[in-house]
Design a protein around this ligand. Structure first.
Ligand SMILES: *[C@@H]1O[C@H](CO)[C@@H](O)[C@H](O)[C@H]1NC(C)=O
Ligand SMILES: *[C@@H]1O[C@H](CO)[C@@H](O)[C@H](O)[C@H]1NC(C)=O
Ligand SMILES: *[C@@H]1O[C@H](CO)[C@@H](O)[C@H](O)[C@H]1NC(C)=O
Length: 259
């Protein structure tokens, strides 16, 4: 029994030094701080000496802050005993950022917090899309959000989209959900599309696409004509340049002979 007490005393004796982080808003479970874009997060790191140590031994300890492992520069007066950092305004890149505070002389005496920045998907508004028969259609819907939107719901004229029947391809890179069709047919693809992103925190965001399939117009073949004209002009320029270089070469060779 006594040896157990001794062990406990030894262990606590070895951990007389510690640092703690206080924050506004509060630190939640697992050292996570919940916040949103544009907000401010204030962090204060305090060094606490064990009560049995003289106060001077704690008060003079220098503190270091790291953001994702990189040192945060601190003013001289913001390093001893306690040290504050402020994250303002909170941006997308702060999501998942870890802030660590440790003693300068011993980095293993440290504490960390991680930011969880929530933000809604930006899908909204409506768009008129006009697409020619047999050409391709691409509809894009912003789904970048935290918590992430795993798969937004796409509907056409109010019914869930049948991807295979319509020849649709649906991709999602976490930022944009993209619906595409290689060759548009009026009977299959004209109508009102909706992309609905459901966030457990921010609710539902929707973007509407009113797609009209137009007849194929026979376009005047402008591109080949422009390309042809460019070739003619370039050939002329090259002819002039090569002649010019022949002339200059001749003059360079001849000038020393006829000074
Ligand atoms: C740093 O602190 C740890 C934990 O208190 C301790 O085990 C270690 O010996 C210390 N290292 C130095 C160099 O003081
Ligand atoms: C961040 O907060 C959201 C909303 O409370 C939650 O759903 C998500 O699991 C949190 N993420 C992490 C990594 O803690
Ligand atoms: C969707 O509704 C519009 C208007 O009622 C209609 O013209 C179009 O054919 C419909 N689209 C499909 C794919 O059924």
């Amino acid at each position: 029994m006594e040896s157990w007490y001794l062990l406990v005393l030894l262990v606590s004796g070895a951990q007389t030094m510690s640092v703690t982080i206080e924050s506004v808003p509060d630190v939640g479970p697992h050292g996570t701080i919940q916040t949103e874009l544009e907000r401010t997060v204030s962090l204060v790191c305090r060094h606490s000496a064990a009560p049995d140590l003289p106060p001077s031994e704690g008060g003079e300890e220098e503190l270091v802050w790291l953001r994702n492992g990189a040192a945060v520069s601190l003013t001289a007066g913001n390093q001893k005993g306690s040290s504050g950092v402020c994250v303002t305004p909170v941006i997308h890149q702060d999501n998942g950022a870890t802030f660590t505070c440790h003693l300068r002389r011993n980095a293993s005496i440290q504490a960390s917090v991680t930011l969880n920045v929530t933000y809604p998907p930006t899908a909204s508004g409506s768009e008129e899309v006009s697409v020619e028969v047999a050409s391709s259609l691409v509809l894009r819907c912003d789904v970048f959000a935290n918590p992430p939107i795993t798969s937004p719901l796409w509907t056409l004229n109010g019914s869930t989209l049948d991807l295979s029947a319509g020849g649709f391809t649906l991709t999602n890179d976490g930022f944009v959900s993209q619906l595409s069709v290689g060759s548009v047919e009026r009977s299959l693809h004209q109508g009102r599309y909706r992309c609905t992103a459901d966030s457990p925190v921010y609710g539902t965001r929707t973007r509407v696409f009113q797609v009209t399939v137009t007849d194929k117009t026979t376009k005047f073949p402008l591109m080949p004509i422009i390309a042809g004209a460019v070739v003619v002009v370039l050939t002329g320029i090259f002819a002039i340049i090569s002649r010019w270089s022949t002339i200059t070469k001749v003059t360079r060779h001849t000038s020393p002979r006829f000074p």
